[in-house]
Each structure stands twice: as C-alpha cells, then as structure tokens.
Design a protein around this ligand. Sequence first.
Ligand code: SF4
Length: 213
Amino acid sequence: MKKGFTILYPEFEGLYINLTNRCPCACTFCIRNSERAEFDNVDTLWLEREPTAQEVIAALKEESKKPEFADYKEIVFCGYGEPTERLDVLLEVAAFIKKELKKPTRLNTNGLGDLVNQKSIAPLLAGKLDVVSISLNSSDPDIYEKTVRPKFGKKSHAALIKFASDCTKFVPRVVLSTVATTISAEDEKKCTEICHKIGAEHRIREFEIIEKS
Ligand code: SF4
C-alpha cells in the first residue's frame, strides 16, 4: 500500500492527528481494510514511520499559523491506528495543545489503552483531554470479540468498560459509541444502560459513518 508521512489532516470540523498505524484489534469493519479512498483531504494515512512528539508539535505549530486554524473546533487524536499505542507522545502533544494552542482535545480510541500499556491510563489524561470517545460496538462480550477481534481476547470488553468508567473521573466528557443497525435493539438498549451506569454518553452513529479508530 502507498505510505506517506501525514501527521495532521482536516476532517469534519476538526484537525486530526495520525500518531501510529499500530492497533491491537482487527475490526471486521475497519476502514483500513477497505478499498475505498481513505479520506477526502489526505493522500494516505499509512505511515512510513511514526512521528516523534516533537515532529507532531512542530507540525501543529506550523498549522496554527494558517488562517484556517482558527476554524478548527477541536484537535482529535485518531488516525489510522490506536493512539494509546503511543501514550507518551499522546500525552506530551495533548499537554502542548492545551497550554499553547488553547483548543479542545478529543481522543478517539478502541478503549483498550489499559491493556496496551499494562496500567490504568485514565488518570494520566486529566487536564489534557476534553473528550474521550470510545468504540463500544456491543454490550455482549462475545459479539464484541467476534467483531473487534482484539489480540487480548476475552478480557477486552470488560477492560474497555473499566477504562470508560475510569475516564469519567478524569475527563469532562466520555462518549461510548455503537453503530445503528449493526446490533439488535436489545443490545443497543443494554449499551445505553452501560453508559448511564458509568456516567458516560451513548452515541449511536449512522451506519454510513465508517469507524476510524
Ligand atoms: S477500526 Fe480502529 S480499533 Fe478497529 S482495527 Fe481499525 S484502527 Fe483498530
């Protein structure tokens, strides 16, 4: 596949950051497996190599000089991989954004950052992220595992929910998402109940919107 060095890319009303192509999952719906064009505004999100924190910060500084930078409503850690695979870089860049660029920050994640980093990472996100958006996919651990195919196996779903619950203590807004029509109405209802129980929002995305992290 074609590779490049796209660190930043505009998407929706935000500026998105592409830290890595690593991911512990192999979701059946992952856009990385599809033949369709990746995104409207970028050549490729496959990386020749991972950018350092300093390279991401330098790219953000350059971007902040452009007139359109004022229009970005948020800066989003997303990209063609799981951002928490690069937790140290994520934290350093997020701290820079909050301190120097004064923009809202969001992390789009599969929610398995605790398993990736072998520790509870939610406390580290305090003051650095305004929103954590997590792909819940299903309330049922078996359906989740079959859909997301995480390398951590059966413990993944429970780890995701614990991470989401922990995040509600350290991050202002925590959103768990499912995709409309891909799960039963009963499953969807149970997802809403899980979200309410832990103090998170449940976002049901339209089927057409393809998962990107
Ligand atoms: S959809 Fe996201 S979590 Fe799933 S395999 Fe692709 S990058 Fe990983």
